[in-house]
Design a protein around this ligand. Structure first.
Ligand code: OKP
Ligand code: ZN
Length: 345
């Protein structure tokens, strides 16, 4: 399978996040993409650098003020205090219910609250460059597939599916899956389906397409009653306006084993088939792995091979976009297991 990878992912390397009130090393780390890159080389997949500028598509899926905030965030953080070079910005005040998000505050720290859904998504000096390179990678893979390639993998980090129209969160800044889907639409696909198999609900992707009938969003994930992102991902979220009926959430309890997970996948596959899309984007989170340190499903490497076969059986031009997966040492092997299953005749 053609894959797109860029070493620029390593420019996003924040030091710590909060866990149970303490600072711990980030789970979403540089070694994740290295693990995938090495496995792609070992298994002989073709690897190319991004070759499409995602800027026009980014402007279709994210708000202009948010994009400007993200691009300038680090320099504005430094402008507050040069000593901030060795610190990470974290939001501390959010425009929650009864507070106003419509008046953009002038203060950087306040804007950080406006444009963040959580305090778990640290920005560092290279965050914009890495996230932009990832979005370029997604636009590149979509371009290849729209030109006749059967499938492509976007081997990128940071992930994207929690990033909404105008906010970051859950380690995500730019929504790579949304970029791929919108790029496929721009290239002439009438309908695009997104299948999100990450452990966590893709709240950002859902939000971006919630009122649209041209992009179907189907997601299997840990029940938000107990799992991040907590405030979206319930089964009663079915779309709104023109998009009513074009959003399907399949929440599953923490601890779900492979048979029940594949049963839910069958439900999602049927919805995708009924939609008759021209192309498919898979938000490929591999944090459903049994040994993932922050997630609670129980899929094995062999199950990821089966997942690849099941996706291939949909018979659609497919862009795989890497999302989560925090068992770093096994992430590469789990990724190539999906590709091997997909390509198995
Ligand atoms: C991103 B993706 C741990 C808090 C958990 C959110 C998890 C984001 C997962 N301190 N942070 O969907 O894999
Ligand atoms: Zn996840």
């Amino acid at each position: 399978m053609r894959t797109v990878f860029t070493p620029h992912h390593a420019l996003h390397a924040p030091a710590t996040e909060f866990f149970r009130g303490e600072r711990v090393p980030c789970f979403e780390k540089v070694e994740r993409a290295r693990s995938v890159h090495e496995a792609l080389i070992r298994s002989g997949h073709r690897i190319d650098a991004p070759e499409v500028d995602s800027a026009p598509v980014l402007a279709q899926v994210h708000g202009a003020r948010y994009l400007n905030f993200l691009e300038t965030a680090w320099s504005r953080w430094l402008a507050l205090d040069p000593a901030n070079a060795d610190r990470q910005p974290f939001p501390s005040t959010w425009p929650i219910r009864t507070l106003r998000a419509d008046r953009e505050p002038a203060e950087f720290s306040a804007q950080l609250g406006v444009y963040s859904m959580d305090s778990g998504t640290p920005i560092c000096a290279g965050t914009w460059a890495a996230a932009k390179a990832g979005a370029d990678a997604a636009a590149t893979a979509a371009h290849w597939v729209s030109q006749g390639e059967r499938a492509a993998l976007v081997a990128t980090r940071p992930p994207g599916h929690h990033a909404g129209p105008d906010f970051m969160g859950g380690y995500c800044f730019l929504n790579n899956a949304a970029v791929a889907a919108q790029a496929l639409r721009n290239a002439g696909c009438s309908r695009v389906a997104i299948l999100d198999v990450d452990y966590h609900h893709g709240n950002g992707t859902q939000a971006i397409f919630y009122e649209r009938a041209d992009v179907l969003f189907v997601s299997l994930h840990g029940d938000p009653l107990t799992e991040f992102p907590f405030f979206l991902g319930h089964a009663d979220e079915t779309g709104a306006g023109a998009g009513l009926g074009f959003n399907l959430n399949l929440p599953l309890p923490a601890g779900t084993l492979a048979p029940a997970w594949f049963d839910a996948l069958a439900t999602g596959e049927q919805r995708v088939r009924d939609f008759r899309p021209d192309a498919l984007v898979v938000s490929l989170g591999l944090d459903t792995f049994e040994h993932d340190p922050i997630s609670k499903f129980k899929l094995s490497t062999v199950d990821f091979h089966t997942l690849g076969q099941r996706v291939a059986a949909l018979g659609l031009p497919t862009v795989f976009v890497l999302e989560g997966g925090y068992a770093t040492a096994e992430l590469g092997l789990n990724t190539t297991a999906v590709l091997a299953g997909f390509e198995q005749p």
